[in-house]
Design a protein around this ligand. Sequence first.
Ligand code: C2E
Ligand code: MG
Ligand code: MG
Ligand code: MG
Length: 291
Amino acid sequence: EVKKNGKNGHQFFSKVLDEHLLLRIELESDLRKAVKRNELELYYQPQIQTGSYSMIGVEALVRWRHPNKGLLSPGVFIPIAEETGLIYDIGTWTLQEACRQMKEWHRAGGPLIPVSVNLSSRQFHQSNLVEYIREILEQTGLEPHYLELEITESMMMDAAVSTEILRELHEFGVKISLDDFGTGYSSLSYLKQFPIHKLKIDRSFISDITKNASDQAIVATIISMARHLNMEVIAEGIETKGQLDFLMENSCQEIQGYYFSRPLPAEEVEAAFFAPYRDAEKSLSVGFTKE
Ligand code: C2E
Ligand code: MG
Ligand code: MG
Ligand code: MG
């Protein structure tokens, strides 16, 4: 009896595993063609100044318009891209497209704000990273200080490597943000050692912030630490007025979250946020045109 159950259990598991494996193999093989077939899209999430409600930046977030599975979020395919090395192509496309779009917006009279682009671990440790970022900026014409690269704390763990990369990027004028700050393992001494421009407080500290005293203490401490270290600080994942109020009371001047805007396709960013610029351009009969 026991043996039989065990066998059924095994069969059940291997069926589930097979399904996962099949989906994974299918996605992997589709992902190999995604860049060439133009299936990747960038969405942009506005970053807002709390006092003035003006847009002070946008984060580029990649999406994959799969031919029959619909719009897939990066959580589904970035890990596969990382494991397989496809992240090099996807990462290059993402950087190019984000810089191209931002330069196009600048040229058309949009606000002179930076674009943030997420780097994955393998990309960050790519030996020619600085060189290829330099090339992309040259190609697209975007000035280096309008590009911010988001890395996570764990990427800085190999201090010998990251010191050099971060210093080169900094000297070149590209800015570095620490994404998901507070969830990683970085030692605080890294913060003074590396040229970090901005801390992004992770969403997990924000979700319960109106009720949870520990989260309140952590967030208030990060904000104050950033100020003392002369870094900028932005809170991620603001969904409610209550969360916004807490952050404003604690002098956090930048926020990003659904409360203000979800990530949007480029045309919707233009329509929702650049309307005055677009009108101004129209009256000069220049037009807000796509290249
Ligand atoms: P992230 O860089 O921390 O990006 C923030 C994520 O939180 C985004 O999810 C965004 O849509 C979501 N978000 C923003 N505001 C809110 C909010 O108020 N509430 C909630 N619940 N969520 C909010 P998304 O776009 O699914 O991206 C997930 C992660 O995938 C990103 O986390 C980033 O680590 C990675 N990713 C996205 N685009 C790229 C890319 O181009 N390259 C690489 N390497 N990674 C990327
Ligand atoms: Mg990010
Ligand atoms: Mg984050
Ligand atoms: Mg993240």
